[in-house]
Design a protein around this ligand. Structure first.
Ligand code: NAP
Length: 433
């Protein structure tokens, strides 16, 4: 019997478990360890609450979780309650699927002022991640700035712009809905340090901005290259740019503007004890497509600044780490004998949920090559003994099913669930109905 520990229960973790099942059949036991008492990682706390159709993929992970050779070991932090070295002693393979839950730092003066938050914190807050339940962002000014031109920037702008009615059917948490209700923001400025051709936004997500009840996108037609230049773009990007061109032509009298400010690089955040404005430098592209400052600066008023400039994988003691790339040092997922990385922890924070599926199969292929036969390690029995000796309060998949049921039962009318947002309430809900 091969014993595999997967650390992290998000998409990368479950796709890897599924790939290991398919590759080794009955000859494998997989423990999926997570520091939270709930599974599914980014599906639960990263995917926007108004994108329920994407969240349905968790049903597929549930099917994997409910098979006999896969276990969920929740509420256990690797690196604290059990070390990587210990896991390597217990399992034939340890696969890090820990994602990239930390914000890439916004390295400009004033980035530490109150009112400036990273997208991991902001998204985690409206999605009920226990690490961010206390964020309570201040939404009292008319201006908000979102830094970055990726899909996370779009998510954040859309959540700030939607009316309460538009959250019907979502699983946005109550504390976020409460704070967003009646906020004073009437202009959300999305800063892109490069131009419309360089955005990292996808058409479906961009298109949603054109159908909001009380908000409309605003784009300056002067920011585009000549229309003929769009022909050189790949089809998806061409579609996105066509949407932006459409936004530039449309007029709206909706009360909230979502302003795309291209060729705009934030260089400082200023304010008296809290964020009040972002100082922006106008940029131009150099021959290699990089943003270069022109020296022209201006201020964008903002009481809230959300930095959506990408993520990093936090290091784990004893695991080789590539600090420049912000992920584990690896070659195609191999870190060291018996130790692997998959998903964002392997390749950085890019791609869709589905990108993790082939990633999982790649690791399963490596395992088949590197582990032609089991080594006789104890696997789950060894982990259980170690965690019991340390007094760990392990959450099982059965426990999660009870938490799930309790969340669904307390949902607002029409909402799929009302999440518990602290570790204590999540653990308490295990004993419920
Ligand atoms: P992303 O796609 O990598 O976008 C990051 C953006 O931040 C880029 O526009 C980048 O500009 C900009 N940026 C980086 N450093 C900056 C700096 N110092 N100052 C100003 N701007 C800076 O990252 P993301 O939006 O966090 O998304 C992560 C992944 O999740 C992506 O693959 C995304 O598609 C995916 N995602 C998908 C969905 C969905 O499908 N609905 C939703 C959310 C996220 P440059 O290009 O100039 O570097």
């Amino acid at each position: 019997m091969r014993h595999v520990a997967v650390i992290g229960s998000g998409p990368a973790g479950y796709y890897t478990a599924e790939a290991c099942q398919k590759t080794f059949g009955e000859d494998v036991r997989i423990d999926i360890v997570d520091r939270l008492p709930v599974p599914f990682g980014l599906i639960r706390s990263g995917v926007a609450p108004d994108h329920q159709s994407i969240k349905h993929v968790s049903r597929r992970y549930e099917a994997v979780a409910l098979t006999d050779n896969v276990r969920f070991v929740g509420n256990v932090t690797v690196g604290e309650q059990v070390s990587i070295e210990e896991l390597l002693g217990l399992y034939d393979a340890v696969i890090l699927a820990t994602g990239a839950p930390a914000d890439r730092p916004l390295d400009i003066p004033g980035a530490d002022l109150p009112g400036v938050v990273g997208s991991a914190a902001f998204v985690g807050w409206y999605n009920g991640h226990p690490d961010h339940e206390a964020l309570a962002p201040v939404l009292d000014g008319p201006g908000a700035v979102v830094i970055g031109n990726g899909n996370v920037a779009l998510d954040v702008a859309r959540i700030l712009a939607k009316s309460e009615a538009e959250f019907a059917g979502s699983d946005i948490v109550g504390h976020a809905l409460e704070r967003l209700r009646g906020h004073a923001i009437n202009r959300v400025t999305i800063l892109g340090r490069r131009g419309p051709h360089q955005i990292a936004m996808t058409p479906k997500e961009l298109g949603e901005l054109g159908h909001l009840e009380r908000a409309a996108p605003r784009v300056d037609a002067a920011d585009f290259p000549p229309a003929e230049a769009d022909a050189a773009l790949d089809p998806g990007q061409r579609k996105s740019v066509a949407l932006l061109r459409g936004f530039a032509e449309s007029r709206s009298d909706k009360p909230i503007e979502i302003v795309f400010d291209f060729f705009a690089r934030p260089i400082a955040i200023e304010g008296d004890g809290r964020a009040e404005r972002v100082i922006v430098e106008r940029t131009a592209l150099d021959g290699d497509g990089r943003a270069v400052g022109t020296g022209e600066t201006y201020a964008v008023p903002a009481g809230l600044v959300v930095s959506c400039i990408g993520y990093r994988t936090p290091p784990i003691a004893g695991v080789p780490y590539d600090a420049r790339a912000g992920r584990f040092a690896n070659v195609e997922g191999r870190i060291a004998p018996g130790l692997y990385a998959v998903g964002w922890a392997r390749r950085g924070p890019t791609g869709t949920i589905g990108t993790n599926r082939p990633d999982g199969f790649l690791i399963a292929e490596h395992l088949a090559e590197d582990l032609p036969q089991a080594s006789g390690k104890p696997g789950r029995a060894g982990l259980d003994a170690l965690l019991a000796a340390r007094g760990a309060d392990v959450v099982t998949f059965r426990d999660w099913q009870r938490i799930d049921k309790a969340e669904v039962e307390r949902a607002r009318t029409g909402a799929p669930r009302e999440k518990f947002t602290s570790i204590e309430t999540l653990l308490g809900a295990r004993g419920g109905s």
